[in-house]
Design a protein around this ligand. Structure first.
Ligand SMILES: NC(=O)c1ccc[n+]([C@@H]2O[C@H](COP(=O)([O-])OP(=O)(O)OC[C@H]3O[C@@H](n4cnc5c(N)ncnc54)[C@H](OP(=O)(O)O)[C@@H]3O)[C@@H](O)[C@H]2O)c1
Length: 232
């Protein structure tokens, strides 16, 4: 059974992806801060509570997960954990900006680094990053968020060039507005009839994983057919 290590597994895109991949027979090791234990999870969904911005706690959690997997590194590593931060740049607090950068950029880079040597040695592995359409746009009221997503895209594309000779696949997904908790602190919301749902992104991940061994989907943008946002 193939193993998946997935961050952001407690909510939104990460949770939908975990359930989708469970249904396809993958063994999922999911990280989140708070899992809703009133839900019933499939047997092959192993949940680990950890704040990925706490480097010491993260290292311990990755070790615990490694010990539970048949091999020290997962077959598939999916980085879905992320937070949003919106507003005029000068209104944003330094501590919130630090949390944003550490969650969206530092943690995925550290987690990838942890498993890369073994993946290269094994000559297999697929790393999937949840970036965003904002990575390629100017983002007024979301300058720093967009910068973290552009940074992730840059890291992923360079990593693919570096690791492709070791048979490592690297994919970056660039979804547009998806109906999740990400916008809980924003003053706008997606129009229900004109946005994506977490299951749409889970479908995309399933597609990317189904491609032949000789194929790497490097970047994929997912947009709703219609697009409207409204003020809350
Ligand atoms: N929704 C969109 O429109 C959209 C569009 C493009 C890209 N994305 C990207 O997609 C990814 C998933 O977001 P989502 O929309 O599914 O949002 P979401 O429902 O808010 O999910 C975010 C996930 O990240 C986890 N997380 C956040 N901070 C964490 C921390 N410090 N330590 C551990 N886990 C942490 C959350 O865990 P807890 O809740 O347990 O803390 C949750 O599982 C993000 O990277 C986001 O930037 C989203």
């Amino acid at each position: 059974m193939k193993t998946v290590l997935l961050t952001g597994a407690s909510s939104g895109i990460g949770l939908a992806t975990a359930l989708r991949l469970n249904g396809e027979g993958y063994e999922v090791f999911g990280i989140g801060r708070t899992f809703d234990e009133s839900l019933s999870y499939p047997e092959n969904f192993h949940r680990f509570s950890c704040d990925i911005t706490n480097t010491k706690a993260l290292a311990k959690t990755l070790q615990d997960i490694s010990n539970r997997m048949p091999q020290p590194s997962p077959d598939i590593l999916i980085h879905s954990a992320g937070i949003g931060l919106y507003g005029l740049q000068e209104t944003l607090k330094p501590s919130d900006l630090q949390q944003l950068i550490r969650t969206n950029l530092e943690a995925p880079i550290l987690i990838t680094t942890e498993f890369l040597s073994f993946m290269k040695q094994r000559k297999s592995g697929h790393i999937i990053f949840l970036s965003s359409v904002t990575a390629k746009k100017n983002n007024t009221y979301g300058c720093a968020y967009g910068a973290t997503k552009a940074g992730l895209l840059s890291f992923a594309n360079s990593l693919f060039e570096e690791a492709r000779k070791n048979n490592i696949k690297v994919t970056t997904l660039l979804p547009d507005m998806t109906q999740t908790n990400l916008y809980r602190n924003a003053d706008f919301t997606a129009d229900e009839a004109a946005c994506l749902f977490p299951e749409d992104i889970a479908d995309t991940i399933s597609y990317v994983l189904s491609c032949g061994d000789h194929v790497n989907v490097t970047e994929l943008t997912i947009q709703p057919q219609k697009h409207r946002i409204q003020k809350k």
